[in-house]
Design a protein around this ligand. Structure first.
Ligand code: SF4
Length: 371
């Protein structure tokens, strides 16, 4: 991402300016365009750093694997607090840390819609597809307070710019009428991120998000509203959400909710995320810590053997529930390896099931033999 264009420079304004709510006790550092840093009782433990941005339309770096060229991210940091979040490292560019700060120090571009409208009005704007939710979630809890997305959606649609949104936030339901209208003006893609149906696991690993049931309801509401809705089922977590029961439940629930497609893949542990996730595994699932270290080695991806095995299971359960080769969302390779579902299996073959942690059998893994 072209972070340099949004580099933060010393604020000129008083961080305690403004009437209410109360200023945060620990405004951390000078941020460019900082208006104030605030915390409120409704968002206990979270500090919002409200900034005025000079630019919000972000060009993806040349050579990136991302399937889009332009993004808008009204928030940096994300109170959804997923331990596996691949965007954690980006918070270090602001001198925050990639762990708790990412979850609790949220930068809010309060003038995002206004600035975007100006940028889209420039004669040089090529009306390329703009992706939202590529770094942090645009419908995280802060959106309930700041309500930036309606203005952003209107600015994009009114300018004739196609858009897509990826989120875990059920707050998106608020904007369904607006999205329906936008879809009459420009192509609109919507993706819901959901990779497990186990509420307890979700509560543990993505503690700030609406749970799986709530997100499934959101998929249904979008479909009932006549909008397409793909699902990004990433990351599938080795030994925690990759059992046959878990995958069957996931793809079955997505089919029942009416998802128009699903893209799924294994956990991806880039630097910044890896350290945070491994700490969490060691604390919450110490019995898996060594297995994860062996599975990921020193890299970001699970071993090829595991990924190919998982891709086969995904293909099988997708087709079982009617998702024939469909990709769920154009942001499909944001959180994992897009090659995973490309693994080839002989026609009609069903990759071997595995037993092990997270399965009803509870035995040592039988397939593949890499643990
Ligand atoms: S919702 Fe997305 S951006 Fe937010 S913490 Fe989770 S993975 Fe990261």
């Amino acid at each position: 991402m072209r972070w340099d264009a949004q580099a933060l420079r010393p604020a000129l304004t008083d961080t305690t300016a403004g009437n209410a709510p109360a200023p945060a006790a620990d405004a951390l550092l000078p941020l460019a365009g900082l208006v104030r840093s605030v915390s409120t009782p409704e968002f206990a433990g979270v500090t919002f750093h409200e900034v005025t941005a000079k630019s919000v339309l972000n060009k993806v770096a040349a050579g990136s694997r991302m399937p889009f060229e332009w993004t808008v991210n009204p928030y940096r940091g994300c109170s959804h607090a997923c331990v596996y979040c691949f965007a954690r490292k980006s918070h270090t560019y602001l001198d925050f840390d990639a762990g708790l700060d990412f979850d609790s120090q949220v930068v809010v571009k309060i003038n995002a819609a206004e600035v975007l409208r100006k940028e889209l009005a420039k004669p040089s704007w090529g009306h390329h597809h703009v992706a939202l939710g590529t770094n942090t979630d645009p419908y995280q809890r802060a959106e309930g307070r700041y309500q930036l997305m309606p203005g952003i959606i209107r600015a994009l649609a009114d300018s004739g710019t196609p858009l897509s949104i990826l989120t875990k936030g059920t707050l998106l339901a608020r904007d369904i009428p607006l999205l329906k209208h936008a879809a009459t003006q420009v192509p609109v893609g919507i993706g819901i991120s959901l990779a497990m149906t186990d509420e307890q696991l979700s509560e543990a690993v993505e503690p700030g998000t609406p749970g799986p049931r709530a997100r499934l309801k959101l998929v249904s509401r979008l479909r009932d509203a006549g909008l397409p809705c793909g699902v990004m089922a990433m990351p599938i977590l080795p030994w925690l959400s990759d059992s046959d029961d878990a995958l069957d439940s996931l793809f079955g629930s997505l089919a029942a909710a009416g998802a128009t497609g699903v893209t799924a893949g294994a956990l991806y542990l880039k630097p910044g995320t890896r350290e945070w996730f491994m700490q969490w595994i060691a604390a919450r699932h110490p019995e898996l810590a060594g297995r994860y270290r062996r599975l990921y080695g020193t890299g970001s991806y699970a071993s090829k053997e595991y990924r190919e095995w998982l891709a086969g299971r995904i293909r099988y359960f997708k087709s079982r529930h009617g998702f024939y080769g469909s990709h769920g969302f154009s942001h499909r390779d944001l959180a994992g390896d897009p090659r995973e579902e490309d693994a080839q299996y002989p026609a009609g073959s069903i990759p071997a099931a595995r037993t092990g942690p997270g399965t009803s059998a509870g035995a040592e893994p039988a397939q593949p033999t890499l643990f």
